[in-house]
Structures are given as structure tokens and as C-alpha cells.
Design a protein around this ligand. Structure first.
Ligand code: PBG
Length: 337
């Protein structure tokens, strides 16, 4: 017997997709410039930018150019800039003292940007890798990345960043106990208003490769005596439940906001975190994700604007409150067109 077929389908979802106005009415998520955090790289010198070879379109900027980037962010409605330093090799050491120098490159950038563009929030990176001859996020001894000694160094670094005017500290090092130790030192040092956005669920990822070129940490890491890479502190990409435990831990130690990193390959983690904790949740569309889209677009294989905006709305759909993205300024410009 043949099934009865209705003469027309009752549900025609295409009715709602027919015109731009109808599509706008039923759209569930929106991306705005205020969802974006713009990571920038700073370098020594004046009035100069050099391109990061593995991130075409992304530059290392001298501090004056970083100030100009902050003005651009403000004009585009991007609320926050995240600063990463390309540290001169002569300043790298095993003890990483330059990381907490009041006059470190990133601290000078914080001061200069704060003075010129106070309305833009400044986020720091708390990790030793740009300052470490071993290229690791923590101190290395006898081929091991030390935990508690690293936390002491990270605390010094964090306090120096707060003193230089960073509004939000971003511990990205994945040492145990660092969020609590940094929080306690901030309170003690009169920085109770300085916030912590913890890189809580940070995976040991191949997608950080171009970033390590940008900050000049790749060579050191490759030659490091703690040879197995960052897997002894960053998370195994095969794990989900562990990410939830890391978020819970960092919140209990005083994190104000949390992050999942990398971004697009880990949106399932973002969704779980958003549902389990309902705290401000960010994701980092990392350097390798930038490089993939930029390279495909440069070859004419993808439409850059469309691919960028689609990649960013995916973060909102997954439950992010905001996204760190090297595409931030061009995405903000595309949104205003
Ligand atoms: C350093 C740090 C890394 C990134 C942000 N902070 C690299 C790493 O952990 O090796 C990666 C960002 C990116 O790839 O864009 N602690």
C-alpha cells in the first residue's frame, strides 16, 4: 500500500528564509564588535610594524603603533586589547626576570595605551614563554617544568602587569594553583579591582605554532631540555570532563571569567562550560586558526569576509560571551558595512 502524501507540506521552513527581513526576524544569535578581544603583538623600536610570516596580515607593532591599534579598537567598538610581547633574545633567561620588570616591553605598552586610550580595556598574558630561554610557560630545571617555583614567578609578573595598568590578567600558563596565588597577591597589593580571565581549559595544541613564531618562542621551545613540548601542563585534546574540572578549579580560586583554547576545534567544550557554569566564557580563535583561514582566502579558496564572520558567529552560537581573534578589527569593519 502506498503511503498517503499530503498535497503540500504543512511546515515550510523556507517561508522564514525568503527575504533578508524575514531572516533577520528569526535570527537567534548576533555578533557585535563588543564580542571581540583583539590580540596584538608588540616589539621594540619606533613607528614600525613587521608582518608575522606565518600570519599574513598580522604584524608586530612598536609601542606607538600599539597605541594606534588601541585607538582603532576604540573607534571600531572593540572593548579590549590583549598584548603579547616579542621579547629581544638578549633579555631571555632561565630565571625569566624580565617577565616582571616594571619596564618590560608589555608593561611599557600597557602604560602608553592606558595613558592615550583609557577607555579600551587591556588584557595581559601571564606566562613565562616569551622571556624563557627554554620557551616554556614555566621555569625549567633538570628537564622538568617546575610548578610552585613557576607560580611564584607568575605572581610577580601578574602584579607588575596590574601596576602597569592591565585591567584583566590572563594566566595562560596552566600551572597548578596560579589563579589563587595571583588573586591573593593582587588583593594584598591593592589591586582588588584587577580582574582575572583564566585560560582554564587550555589544550596542548598544534594550532599555536604561528603564535610561537610571532613572540619568538618557537626556536627556544624546539631546543628545550624539557623536550616533550607543553603536554605536561596543557590539556590532552582527547579530554572533555577534565576541562570542566579545570574551569571549576579556577573559578574556586577566584577567576572572574574563563577561557577555552583553541577555539573552533573545541566548541563542544565551550558549550559544556556554558551550560555547566553560566559564567562569562571566552574562547580564543588561535593563531593556527587565523593562519588556516588567511591562507585559504589568499589562495582564493574561501571568501575571507564571509568565512571570518561565519567562524565568529559559531563562537556565539556555542555559548561564548566573547572571542579573542586576530580578525577582530576586520570583523568589526565588516559588521559595520
Ligand atoms: C603562551 C600563550 C600561547 C598562546 C597564548 N598564550 C602559546 C602557547 O601556549 O604555546 C597561543 C595563542 C595563539 O596561538 O594564538 N602561554
Amino acid at each position: 500500500m502506498r503511503p498517503t502524501i499530503a498535497p503540500f507540506p504543512l511546515a515550510r521552513p523556507r517561508r522564514r528564509r525568503r527575504t533578508p527581513a524575514l531572516r533577520a526576524m528569526v535570527r537567534e544569535h548576533a555578533l557585535t564588535p563588543s564580542d571581540l578581544i583583539w590580540p596584538i603583538f608588540v616589539t621594540e623600536g619606533e613607528d614600525r610594524e613587521d608582518e608575522v610570516a606565518s600570519m599574513p596580515g598580522v604584524t608586530r607593532r612598536t609601542v606607538d603603533r600599539a597605541v594606534a591599534a588601541a585607538q582603532e579598537a576604540r573607534d571600531l567598538g572593540i572593548p579590549c586589547l590583549c598584548v603579547f610581547p616579542h621579547v629581544d633574545p638578549s633579555l631571555k633567561s632561565a630565571a625569566c626576570e624580565e617577565a616582571w620588570s616594571p619596564d618590560s616591553l608589555s608593561n611599557r605598552a600597557f602604560r602608553a595605551i592606558k595613558a592615550a586610550v583609557p577607555e579600551v580595556a587591556l588584557m595581559s598574558d601571564v606566562a613565562l614563554d616569551p622571556y624563557n630561554v627554554a620557551g616554556h610557560d614555566g621555569l625549567v630545571r633538570d628537564g622538568r617544568v617546575l610548578n610552585d617555583e613557576s607560580v611564584e614567578a607568575l605572581v610577580r609578573m601578574a602584579v607588575s602587569q596590574a601596576e602597569a595598568g592591565a585591567d584583566i590578567l590572563g594566566p595562560s600558563d596552566m600551572m597548578d594553583g596560579r589563579v589563587g596565588a595571583i588573586r591573593a597577591a593582587l588583593e594584598e597589593g591593592g589591586h582588588s579591582d584587577t580582574a582575572i580571565l583564566a585560560y582554564s581549559a587550555k589544550y596542548a595544541s598544534a594550532f599555536y605554532g604561528p603564535f610561537r613564531d610571532a613572540v619568538g618562542a618557537s626556536g627556544a621551545l624546539a631546543g628545550s631540555t624539557a623536550g616533550e613540548g607543553k603536554q605536561t601542563y596543557q590539556m590532552d585534546p582527547a579530554n572533555t570532563e577534565e576541562a570542566l574540572r579545570m574551569i571549576e578549579r579556577d573559578l574556586s580560586e577566584g577567576a572572574d571569567m574563563v577561557m577555552v583554547k583553541p577555539g573552533m576545534p573545541y566548541l563542544d567544550i565551550v558549550r559544556r562550560v556554558h551550560e555547566a557554569f553560566a559564567v562569562p566564557t571566552f574562547a580564543y580563535q588561535v593563531s593556527g586558526e587565523y593562519a588556516m583561514i588567511a591562507a585559504a582566502a589568499a589562495n582564493g579558496w574561501l571568501d575571507r569576509d564571509e568565512a571570518v564572520l561565519e567562524s565568529l558567529i559559531a563562537f556565539k552560537r556555542a555559548g561564548c560571551d566573547g572571542v579573542l581573534s586576530y580578525f577582530a578589527p576586520e570583523a568589526a569593519r565588516a559588521l559595520s558595512r
